[in-house]
Design a protein around this ligand. Structure first.
Ligand SMILES: NC(=O)c1ccc[n+]([C@@H]2O[C@H](COP(=O)([O-])OP(=O)(O)OC[C@H]3O[C@@H](n4cnc5c(N)ncnc54)[C@H](O)[C@@H]3O)[C@@H](O)[C@H]2O)c1
Length: 170
C-alpha cells in the first residue's frame, strides 16, 4: 500500500506498540489519529511527534475503546479532521485476569467493533477508498498460556475473527 497522505487511526497509541505504529506510519507519510484512554500520555505522545512531524499530521483523541459511543466519535473526529480513512490499527489491549470481562471487552469486543466501524468508513460501497485493518493479537493467540487463560482466549479470538474477515475480503 502506498502510504503517503493516507490516514490511519491507531488505538492505544499513547505508548508501546501503538506509539511505534504511529511513528512508523508518520515516517512513511501518513497522517495519524492517535486514540488512547490515557489523555495525559496521549498528549505527551503527540507533543513528541510534533517535534518530528508537521503538527497537522496528527490528532490525539482521548477515548476508551470499550465505550461504543466514544469509539464511534473518535472515528468521526479523525475522518472529519483528515477527510478520509485508509488504515485502522486496533492495538489497544490489556492483560488483566482478575477483571477478566474487561480484558475480553477491550481485547476482543472493541477490536471487533473497531473493525466494523472502520469498514463502514472505508468500504467502497459506502464511498470509501478501501483500506487496511490491522488487528493486534499475540503469541498468546496461537498457543495456550498457563495462568493467563482469558488474555489467551481474547487473543485467540482476535486471530479467529481477523482470519475469517480476511476471507470475506478476498
Ligand atoms: N508488549 C508485548 O510484549 C505484547 C506482545 C504481544 C501482543 N501485545 C499486544 O500489543 C498491544 C499493545 O501492547 P503494548 O505492550 O504496547 O501495551 P501498553 O500497555 O504499553 O500500551 C497499551 C496502550 O493501550 C491503551 N489502552 C488500554 N486500554 C484502553 C482502552 N480501553 N481504550 C483506549 N486505550 C486503551 C493504554 O492506555 C496504553 O497506552 C496489545 O493489544 C497487547 O495485547 C503486546
Amino acid at each position: 500500500m502506498y502510504l503517503k497522505d493516507k490516514v490511519a487511526l491507531v488505538t492505544g497509541a499513547a505508548q508501546g506498540i501503538g506509539k511505534a505504529f504511529a511513528q512508523a506510519l508518520l515516517e512513511k507519510g501518513c497522517k495519524v489519529g492517535l486514540v488512547d484512554q490515557n489523555a495525559e500520555l496521549g498528549k505527551e505522545s503527540k507533543d513528541n511527534l510534533d517535534k518530528q512531524f508537521d503538527t497537522q499530521r496528527t490528532i490525539f483523541i482521548p477515548c476508551d475503546v470499550s465505550d461504543e459511543e466514544q469509539l464511534k466519535d473518535a472515528f468521526k473526529k479523525i475522518f472529519d479532521s483528515f477527510g478520509r480513512l485508509d488504515i485502522v490499527v486496533n492495538n489497544a489491549g490489556i492483560n488483566n485476569e482478575k477483571n477478566w470481562e474487561v480484558t475480553v471487552q477491550i481485547n476482543l469486543i472493541s477490536m471487533i467493533r473497531g473493525t466494523y466501524i472502520g469498514l463502514d468508513y472505508m468500504k467502497t460501497e459506502n464511498g470509501g477508498n478501501g483500506g487496511a485493518i490491522v488487528n493486534i493479537s499475540s503469541l498468546a493467540g496461537l498457543m495456550p498460556v498457563p495462568y493467563q487463560p482469558v488474555y489467551c482466549a481474547s487473543k485467540h479470538g482476535v486471530i479467529g475473527f481477523t482470519r475469517s474477515m480476511a476471507v470475506n475480503a478476498l
